[in-house]
Design a protein around this ligand. Structure first.
Ligand code: ASP
Ligand code: MG
Length: 457
């Protein structure tokens, strides 16, 4: 059985919804179909909530626009005999949504739990519409079986319970049934309160279901032809990548490719279920296939991406006498705070330490390092850590990257010739990825340069 996930743009207009219908109805037998909210709606739901919380009565206009958009879609895609039924089902949700906004407006505050309820309406409504459109469509309510638990104040999937509940709910579909599932939304396994899997989380809903059911494939239907060798808005001659390994796709996503939500890959990787990226607006394009093993005709280097909003922390060590393994101490400290560390080389960890982190983790990382080395800082053996922001991590992902020292040297040379300073670099941490930390403003210049060197275009 297949699991298909359709993103916001795929369910965002009458035209695209008709494509979805065609794609789903061409599947013989049973399938699970996960859908996002109508394109752009989640952003709109959040923006409207903020307006209401600030006491801006314009929120009412936004609410009307949300209602109108859903009514319009229903009028154009749902058959006549189902119209009034579907309209009233969606209207019930719209009324409840409006009541939530009224509460936020009156109290002038937007607690996180209320925002979670508000954003849940997007997928709740889109799934009703899609289920009404496709032959053999039957809607299931994912918060009943996608469960989360708290982890450092964040909601993460409760895999064990979710696995069990998915099997119970979707394990035996009717003949030819297409189970339509709202993506993204979930409930807390202890309190039952509505939660979600994070922005972009519908992909993850698809992956959890595919893994629990042992699906033959997870198809992610989106608005691009697949993963590309670079962001085509920045690199004009970027190419579609036919095939990636799970690890490569994970690295591309981690370093800025916005094709799938990174956590998606873990559950399917673990169960060895292939992922295929396909385009709802160009369904005949071959797409990108992701599996566990490299294929014979794979490109050696798959792509170049850049992750913005990176910071670099440097610690200068004046005298290393009596300081035991400063690198290890620093890494332990950072990992205790669940800081996301972008690997960079530390060629001489007894004179200088470098850590690249995302901008959002920069302040806490700096604080933790200052605390960890407080005795050495006060005795003058170590200088206070220095933070440099406004950087980007440019990553090259492919096979056997550790051994590509000639390519790495050529890239370093070309960047310098172009006046782009490499602040830190990593070639040895992973076999899949080379990383260059550069000035963020230069990354749109560096990407085409590196791309042309690698792909010799
Ligand atoms: N609608 C949610 C979002 O925009 C989830 C998703 O589309 O995957 O983040
Ligand atoms: Mg979306």
């Amino acid at each position: 059985m297949k699991v298909l996930k359709f993103g916001g743009t795929s369910v965002g207009s009458v035209e695209s919804l008709n494509n979805v219908k065609k794609i789903v109805e061409s599947i013989s037998g049973e399938a699970v179909i996960v859908v996002s909210a109508l394109g752009g709606l989640t952003d709109k739901l959040i923006a409207t909530a903020k307006m209401a919380a600030e006491g801006d009565s314009e929120w009412l206009k936004e609410m009307d626009a949300i209602s109108l958009r859903h009514h319009d879609i229903i009028k154009n895609v749902v058959s006549n005999e189902k119209q009034s039924l579907i309209k009233s089902a969606v209207d019930e949700h719209l009324t409840e949504l409006k009541r939530n906004y009224e509460g936020v407006f009156l109290l002038r505050s937007l607690p996180e739990k209320v925002l979670d309820v508000i954003v849940s309406f997007g997928e709740r409504m889109s799934s009703i519409i899609v289920a009404a459109m496709v032959d053999h469509g039957k809607r299931y309510y994912s918060p009943d079986f996608i469960k989360t638990e708290k982890w450092y104040g964040k909601n993460i999937a409760d895999r064990k319970l979710t696995d069990k509940l998915i099997k119970e709910t979707l394990g035996k579909l009717g003949k030819n049934e297409k189970a339509i599932i709202p993506g993204f939304i979930s409930t807390d396994s202890t309190t039952g309160e509505i939660t979600n899997l994070g922005r972009g989380g519908s992909d993850y809903t698809g992956a959890l279901i595919a893994a629990a059911l042992g699906a033959e494939i997870l198809e992610i239907w989106t608005d691009v032809d697949g993963f590309m060798t670079a962001d085509p808005r920045i690199v004009k001659d970027a190419l579609i990548i036919d095939h990636l390994t799970f690890t490569e796709s994970m690295e591309l996503c981690t370093f800025g490719a916005k094709v799938i939500y990174p956590p998606t890959i873990y559950p399917v990787f673990h169960s060895n279920i292939p992922i295929k990226i396909l385009n709802t607006f160009n369904p005949d394009a071959p797409g990108t296939l992701i599996t566990d093993q490299a294929q014979q005709d794979d490109l050696e280097v798959k792509g170049v991406t850049s992750l913005k909003d990176v910071a670099l922390i440097t610690i200068n060590i004046k005298s290393f006498n009596d300081i035991k393994d400063p690198l290890k101490r620093a890494l332990n400290t950072l990992s205790r705070q669940a800081v996301r560390i972008i690997p960079v080389a530390n060629p001489d960890p007894y004179t200088e330490l470098n850590f690249a982190v995302t901008a959002s983790d920069a302040e806490v990382s700096l604080e933790m390092l200052e605390k960890e080395f407080a005795p050495e800082i006060s005795s003058g053996k170590i200088e206070k850590p220095i933070l440099k922001g406004n950087l980007a991590a440019v990553a090259l992902v492919g096979i056997d990257m550790r051994s590509r020292s000639r390519l790495a040297a050529r890239i370093g040379h070309s960047l310098r010739r172009q006046g782009i300073n490499v602040e830190a670099y990593s070639a040895g941490n992973s076999d899949t990825t080379l990383i260059y930390i550069i000035n963020q403003e230069k990354s749109d210049e560096a990407l085409p340069l590196i791309h042309s060197l690698v792909f010799e275009l």
